[in-house]
Design a protein around this ligand. Structure first.
Ligand code: ZN
Length: 178
């Protein structure tokens, strides 16, 4: 039996690395996507980017309620509007903040079969994709906070790291973004 994937948390350097383009989708990558989906549903979350499981490559898995999907080498080509939403991240467990992002995006990428995708997304879907794209760029939610918020968040994360393994997620975490 395969050991479940470990979701990397804040402090792990892989979360700060800019992920590399995927040049070839092989069987190992397809299998990894399945394992990532399992880890994402278990968390629970609605998206998980490869760097969050220690793989510095440009793809992520997601399911915002309409079934599982994978996006390979995604790129946002247009965005507009503005929307504030309470956003969380599986790599910064149990914390969330009001984050402003564009409400609508146009995104291009590929599926696992190499088909080109062109997606118009808005609201939660658009937010999820922007959040995952950030992970591929080595960016995390803390980068959006002001100095006071960031200091408070780091203090909580430090205290948590010292008190050992993380506690089980609270009920209600199901809506948090990865
Ligand atoms: Zn995240």
């Amino acid at each position: 039996m395969v050991a479940p994937l470990r979701i990397r948390v804040y402090g792990d350097p892989v979360l700060r690395r800019v992920a590399e383009e995927v040049t070839d989708v092989d069987g190992a990558m397809v299998e990894l996507c399945e394992e990532m989906l399992t880890a994402m549903y278990d968390a629970p979350g609605i998206g998980l980017a490869a760097p969050q499981v220690g793989v510095s490559q440009r793809f992520f898995v997601y399911d915002f309620g309409e079934g599982p999907g994978v996006l390979v080498n995604p790129e946002i080509t247009e965005s507009d509007g503005e929307w504030t939403y309470n956003e969380g991240c599986l790599s910064v467990p149990e914390l969330s903040w009001e984050i402003v992002r564009p409400r609508r995006i146009h995104l291009r990428g590929y599926d696992l079969h190499g088909n080109e995708l062109s997606i118009e997304a808005k609201d939660l879907e658009a937010r999820l994709f922007q959040h995952e794209l950030d992970h591929l760029a080595g960016k995390i939610l803390l980068d959006y906070l002001d100095d006071d918020q960031r200091r408070a968040a780091k203090r909580i994360l430090r205290e948590r790291a010292m008190s050992g393994p993380s506690r089980p997620p609270r009920a209600g975490d199901g809506l948090s973004l990865p």
